[in-house]
Design a protein around this ligand. Structure first.
Ligand SMILES: [Zn+2]
Length: 271
């Protein structure tokens, strides 16, 4: 797992599997001076999404505490299993999910657990505890969630799947869109997702990217604003090719691999 600070209040943890990103955010807390006098930390922190491997999850509590990002809450951008593993590292914390994600998980009971089990079996990964989502806090989207004296904006982000929330921490300029704007993965239309919804999400993300300093996609390295805008343009071009039904479109540089062609074939079958 790689840990990269993109702002004094934002730490990106990248899993060795699929370059899946977890992001720790922190903000000054109104526990402030009075809290410090009582020995409380003057900040609150939140962990967005999760790394995959058990060793990475086991290392998270010490790593985050050591960096001053000990989380008070967990939140996930969408309901795909690889983003939902935070409670395996922090079983005492509640998991915040956008309302569309909570509805999806109710529609597909056990799907996240099955997805994790199947991939663990594929990669021969052993885990001591099964995935339990525990206490879920439903968050309205669009909306916002408080972190200390700041707030994280929640924007709808469907299209990859039928659910999805983009989180924008405007005070530190960090945008976490979920599985959009990845430099390692072409737009993926999974079950429940759609081309139209994907396009609408890219259009919605565009002004947020313009207002951001750093964009941390669900998979792949964080981008600065310029790079994120280029990826967004490439993704719109790709969706055009997908809509035309092109069998062998030219995929963006760095994403023109056999694996990505496989994703394209699956997208073609779905739209
Ligand atoms: Zn993902």
């Amino acid at each position: 797992m790689r840990a990269v600070s993109v702002h004094r209040d934002a730490l990106v943890l990248t899993s060795l599997l699929w370059q899946t990103n977890a992001v720790a955010l922190r903000a000054e807390s109104n526990r402030g001076a009075a809290g410090r006098a009582r020995g409380l930390r003057p900040t609150e922190a939140m962990l967005i999404d999760s790394p995959y491997f058990p060793e990475e999850l086991d290392a998270l509590p010490d790593l985050l505490a050591g960096a001053g990002f000990e989380p008070d809450a967990l939140i996930a951008t969408h309901g795909d299993f690889d983003h939902l593993l935070g409670r395996l590292a922090f079983p005492g914390l509640a998991l915040g999910l956008g309302e569309p994600t909570v509805e999806r998980l109710h529609r597909e009971p056990g799907a996240a657990q099955r997805g994790l089990r199947d991939h663990d079996a594929q990669f021969y990964v052993e885990r001591t505890a099964p995935l339990a989502l525990g206490q879920v806090q439903t968050l309205p989207v669009p909306g916002s969630v408080e972190l200390g004296e700041q707030e994280i904006e929640l924007h709808p982000a469907e299209g990859h799947t039928g659910d999805g929330t983009a989180l924008f921490a405007r005070w530190c300029g960090v945008l976490c869109p979920g599985d959009y704007l990845s430099g390692v993965e072409i737009p993926m239309i999974s079950e429940g997702g759609s081309l139209g919804a994907y396009r609408a999400t890219l259009a919605r993300l565009s002004p947020l990217v313009e207002a951001a300093e750093t964009v941390v996609p669900g998979h792949g390295a964080p981008h600065d604003r310029e790079r994120a805008l280029r990826v967004l343009d490439e993704d719109v071009d790709y969706l055009d090719a997908l809509e035309r039904g092109e069998e062998k479109p030219r995929l963006p540089e760095g994403r023109d691999t056999k694996e990505q062609l496989g994703i394209h074939a699956a997208n073609l079958a779905r739209v």
